[in-house]
Design a protein around this ligand. Sequence first.
Ligand SMILES: [Zn+2]
Length: 185
Amino acid sequence: MNWLFEPFPVWPLRSRLPEYPVVVEHDDTGPWTVRTDSRALLAYRGRVPPFPPARRDAASFFVPYLRALPSGGQLVGYQRLLCWLGPPRRPELCPDCASSGRECDACGGYGMLTFPRPGRIAGLAIDRNHLGRVMCGLEAIEVSVLGTTLLKAEMLFVESAHWRVVAMPTNVPSSDLLDVFDAIS
Ligand SMILES: [Zn+2]
């Protein structure tokens, strides 16, 4: 199932952004239907029913992520990218605290176990499992992959003709050991 349609909660959202998809108009790139969990963002071109227009504060948050991308992205086969990401595994309710909100060593108080799978792509360390979950159900032959700075932060953009995924880098203790995506081989 396309992540756009997954029932909430996909991930606890620590912001005032809507947890459901919303339609955002961008002056240059047109309407998009957008969902975020604050770690990654999926933007689907066009207005996807039944999702509502974004409220003004949410729309102004999303607009920078929807601008036309700078050139320099690397064109890669989508299936190659999905293979590298690996099979997506859903977050699971933490068995130790059952998401009760109390302090918990198993999940760091998050309430969910998330199974991170770090990797390096376009110069950025990202969680392959999470990126794979956000791209689950999306179709493409080739995608453009680009690491670029947006709002003073490095972010990974993966773009097809019909959708765009933006992923925040993940913190990993030793990034030397990461599995690196090799677009050439
Ligand atoms: Zn827990």
